[in-house]
Design a protein around this ligand. Structure first.
Ligand code: BG6
Length: 300
């Protein structure tokens, strides 16, 4: 029996959950539930699609994404861990860490009142210790329903404390990035990665008028993306996260990325739940830390 068939025999739920060979043949859990549909890849513990009942797809996926072992998926919700962006002391290390590059283990699939919950895990091993000498378990618990809930649980199974950066790097599908407003970050300080890490205070709603790569700090409140073109409002609530990244590559950077279509940039915005830079999480031996995002979508 193939891996996919074996996983489907173990975790499939008739008419609601199916394990399939997704893009590139990568195993994916497909949910078609009364509250919403979605797809979660074992590769990267990655949510690739979510469509609450009665709405169109909320997440963005590039038509040029790679779908292969060793490559990240461009779109959906990549998980960045245990560093964010380039690794400080090793330019050759994979950007945004290594957990988005390989297959996670599917641990559980259950159907409940809020939708279908899928549990995935990845653990430290000899390979990961070559990059980062730490013993950990990282779980992504995803509920596909009227809401999309994603909990990233980091457990320190080693003998000393660990410090890690982490992100749920969510790509949202929008009508036109030049027309959206991101609300909830007014008056918040951000570090402008596109301007030499300059510190700036956000004035009014966030609007996108060029390449944007910002780390908003001490962010615990809710954020809303207002999309007048799609007539949609996306709500983002989070827990256990102190930073929020807002990213759009705009024209030149989109062209420079091989796995991102040249003309795709107006249709997406990343609003990322994260703990990065000086806000990296510290977890004592035997302890856990959970960072979570809850996404809702409604009409404007
Ligand atoms: C964002 C970073 O979160 O991710 C950007 O702040 C980066 O600096 C972007 O360019 C995409 O990263 P990647 O590695 O997926 O191309």
């Amino acid at each position: 029996m193939s891996t996919v068939a074996a996983l489907n025999a173990r975790f499939g739920i008739d008419g609601v959950v199916k394990v399939v060979a997704g893009h590139g043949g990568l195993p994916a859990v497909e949910v078609t539930g009364p509250q919403g549909n979605g797809t979660v890849y074992l590769h990267g513990g990655h949510v690739a699609a979510w469509k609450p009942a009665g709405m169109e797809e909320v997440l963005w996926l590039s038509g040029s994404s790679a779908w292969a072992d060793g490559k990240p998926i461009r779109g959906g919700v990549p998980l960045c861990f245990p560093w964010f962006g380039p690794k400080k002391d090793d330019a050759k290390a994979p950007a945004h860490g290594f957990v988005r590059l390989s297959e996670w283990e599917l641990e559980s699939v259950t159907q409940g009142a809020d939708g279908v919950t899928i549990g995935l895990v990845t653990r430290s091993n000899a390979g990961t210790k070559g990059w980062w000498d730490t013993d950990y378990e990282l779980r992504h618990i995803v509920t596909i329903g009227k809401k999309l809930t994603m909990e990233l649980e980091l457990k320190n199974v080693g003998g000393g404390p660990l410090v890690a950066e982490e992100a749920q790097h969510t790509y949202f599908g929008i009508g036109d990035v030049r027309q959206v407003k991101v609300l909830g970050l007014e008056g918040v300080k951000y570090i402008d990665k596109g301007a030499g890490m300059k510190e700036v205070i956000q004035q009014g709603a966030v609007t996108i008028t060029g390449e944007t790569d910002r780390i908003y700090v001490e962010t615990e409140g809710n954020v809303v993306i207002e999309d007048p073109v799609k007539g949609r409002r996306i709500g983002i609530a989070k827990k256990g996260s102190k930073t929020t990244v807002v990213w759009n590559p705009w024209v030149a950077k989109a062209k420079a990325m091989p796995d991102f279509g040249d003309e795709e940039w107006p249709g997406m915005i990343c609003v990322e739940t994260c703990n990065v830079l000086g806000w990296a999480v510290k977890v004592e031996a035997g302890q856990s830390h959970t960072m979570a995002t809850e996404i809702t979508a409604g009409r404007l």
